[in-house]
Design a protein around this ligand. Structure first.
Ligand SMILES: NC(=O)C1=CN([C@@H]2O[C@H](COP(=O)(O)OP(=O)(O)OC[C@H]3O[C@@H](n4cnc5c(N)ncnc54)[C@H](OP(=O)(O)O)[C@@H]3O)[C@@H](O)[C@H]2O)C=CC1
Ligand SMILES: O=C(O)C1=N[C@H](C(=O)O)C[C@H](O)C1
Length: 233
């Protein structure tokens, strides 16, 4: 398959390596300021760019008939608009805040735990995410997805950075060193705590998931999620 990389940073480079190992060809590496993008050469685009760049990268692909896998976080206030443009152009699109198999299992575990804990008012939930110091957005996209999983399965109604409150999930974002991504959810009562935690050891799991999503979307039309790709529904 001919893959174009929108964003050739830490993730773009990891995706290139894994895509080539799986027999794919990288036909374009598009970074800030790249001119002359040849959409005709691409079977699929994989966007891991920046919060400011993602929407334009994604919608330009839709307009040019190229299916898109996007893992860029921090641009989701325009997600609905992107979905509209995908539908108008009969395109194909998958966004995931986290493409790793482990985190997608963790998302399911989080929703199931939230449902069970919703019956126990003595427990208060909180979340902590830790990432490298180059990360531009906080909280992480993964933390937001986890918070939405709790909100959809409990009486919590919102999340806030560093702020606790009634029906509010407080999220703490820590930026240190080269940490690839750690997410921990804690339910605490006066007598005990329950914690679930996912720790990425490197970026390979994110990159492999994105390439698998790119292979899966070929020939399809519509807006999908990693749940569809991994058959987790
Ligand atoms: N969903 C998932 O599984 C994962 C998501 N991510 C997310 O992916 C994104 C990228 O992460 P990462 O690779 O670590 O970040 P990097 O900063 O290493 O890479 C981002 C790249 O995008 C480039 N860029 C800037 N503007 C544009 C543009 N207009 N078009 C194309 N590329 C552009 C940057 O170029 P320059 O440096 O010259 O500005 C840089 O090379 C982040 O939002 C991160 O949160 C990360 C890991 C996993
Ligand atoms: O910026 C990163 O590095 C990561 N970003 C994603 C997020 O915001 O959740 C996924 C992963 O945690 C790494």
């Amino acid at each position: 398959m001919n893959i174009a990389l929108f964003g050739y940073g830490k993730m773009g480079k990891m995706i290139e390596q894994i895509a080539q190992e799986r027999g794919h060809t990288i036909v374009a590496k598009i970074d800030v300021g790249t001119a002359d993008v040849d959409y005709g050469a691409m079977d699929v685009a994989i966007d891991f760019s920046t919060p400011d760049a993602a929407f334009e990268n994604i919608t330009n692909c839709f307009k040019n008939g190229v299916p898109v896998i996007s893992g860029t976080t921090g641009w989701l206030s325009r997600y609905d608009e992107a979905v509209e443009q995908c539908t108008e152009n009969k395109g194909a699109f998958i966004y995931a805040s986290n493409f790793s198999l482990g985190v997608n299992i963790f998302f399911e575990l989080n929703s199931h735990l939230a449902k069970m804990m919703s019956k126990l008012e003595q427990y208060k939930v909180s979340m902590e995410e830790i990432h490298h110091t180059q990360k531009l957005d906080a909280p992480s996209g993964t933390a937001i997805t986890l918070a939405e999983g709790i909100i959809g399965n409990s009486s919590y109604s919102d999340w806030k950075l560093d702020t606790a409150g009634d029906k509010i999930i407080p999220i703490t974002s820590i930026r240190e060193g080269m940490v690839p991504g750690t997410h921990c959810i804690c339910y605490e009562s006066d007598v005990d705590s329950i914690e679930i935690k996912h720790t990425a050891h490197n970026r390979q799991g994110f990159a492999l998931g994105a390439v698998i999503a790119a292979e899966w979307i070929k020939g399809k039309t519509g807006v999908f999620s990693m749940k569809d790709v991994l058959n987790l529904s």
